[in-house]
Write a protein that binds this ligand. Structure first.
Ligand code: COA
Ligand code: MG
Length: 314
């Protein structure tokens, strides 16, 4: 699985915003053909996005995706036909309500890959659940295609469908957030949260990102470049968390040599769930290109620390 902490929406009909979109450091860019594009600009946006996919370099680390129109509209199919190409990494399908919505896209993409001589299966799919029906069918949807790499939740549309109200506590959508997360993880794919629309409220974004990260989410969508760094700072493990994760791995390796599955690190027991968490921290740190100290460096650091706390030179 790749790193998908942040996913920046870029309106597909905006020729000014598309070319520099890769410069903001988002893990994923979603060129949008759906709700940020008014009906009368759908055809222009589709052409602009398909051209951008050919000529613009969004950077080697960026996953380049397009959010198409729903398959229940006449635009969805046309969008796919025009965007499937060498540099497209993935397609976000909005308003998915059943497995058929995803399978239909999968079949069209496979057909186009064959016709265009592209490797079969390279283009990934992402299903956005944003109606009550989609949420109820989440697990069935999560398991329906090998191309599917994540479920995402669409907060604004879901709130409207439920008849609720969007709030900073997420009251209207938190049950759905849990259901999407459970379905995605049970199917072995990622879960990506909805946007925080008020880009003038960095603290609100930080709080919401902390909440969804605590739940188990892998990333969050955003609408403004200033939101990318805030999201990354929440998802990136701190140097202390990385150090602890390396120490956990070292301790458990040591325990294994002695034939034990559990060991104490300080006053805390280290067992399988703690090791899994440490492995996840290290995996994210590696993908995010953060510094990971080697076991030798950690041993030296701990020796220095012990020396200091032993009242040595101070
Ligand atoms: N993608 C790429 N660039 C963006 C961007 C985005 N989503 N949002 C803003 N920028 C750029 C602006 O073009 C501007 O660039 P410049 O400094 O070179 O002129 C810079 O970031 C600062 O933008 P700012 O002036 O603060 O905002 P804005 O008024 O230009 O745009 C929005 C505000 C909300 C209209 C814009 O962020 C946007 O369109 N977001 C995406 C909306 C969307 O896709 N919604 C559908 C999914 S929910
Ligand atoms: Mg939506």
């Amino acid at each position: 699985m790749r790193l998908r902490r942040s996913r920046l929406y870029v309106p597909g009909n905006n020729p000014k915003m598309i070319p520099p979109a890769g410069l903001y450091g988002a893990d994923v860019i979603s060129l949008d053909l759906e709700d940020s594009v008014p009906l009368e600009y759908k055809t222009d946006a589709r052409m602009l996005v398909s051209e951008a996919l050919k000529v613009i370099d969004f950077g080697p680390a960026t996953e380049v995706t397009v959010r198409i129109n729903p398959m229940s509209t006449p635009y969805g199919k046309w969008d796919i036909k025009q965007i499937v190409s060498e540099k497209l990494h993935g397609i976000y399908i909005p308003k998915v309500e059943s497995r058929e919505d995803v399978i239909q896209v999968d079949d069209i993409v496979t057909d186009l890959e064959e016709k265009k001589g592209l490797p079969i299966g390279r283009i990934k799919l992402f299903a956005t659940l944003e109606t009550a029906k989609g949420i109820i069918n989440a697990y069935d949807i999560a398991r329906c295609s090998k191309r599917l790499e994540a479920l995402t939740i669409g907060g604004e549309d879901l709130t409207a469908d439920l008849g609720g109200e969007r709030s900073s506590t997420g009251t209207a959508i938190n049950t759905a957030r849990s259901m999407v997360l459970l379905a995605a993880k049970a199917a072995g794919i990622q879960a990506i949260d909805t946007v925080y629309s008020d880009f003038g409220d960095p603290e609100g974004l930080r709080k919401e990102t902390e909440m969804i990260k605590t739940m188990g989410y892998d990333g969050k969508a955003c609408i403004h470049p200033s939101q990318v760094e805030i999201i990354h700072s929440v998802f990136d493990p701190t140097p202390e968390q990385i150090l602890y994760a390396v120490r956990v791995k070292m301790a458990i390796e040591e325990a294994k040599k002695k034939g034990s599955g559990a060991v104490a690190l300080g006053a805390k027991m280290i067992d399988r769930p703690i090791v899994l968490k440490a492995e996840r921290v290290l995996e994210i740190a590696k993908m995010a290109d953060l510094d990971i100290p080697s076991p030798e460096e950690v041993t030296e650091m701990m020796q220095q620390k012990a020396k200091k706390s032993g009242g040595g030179d101070d």
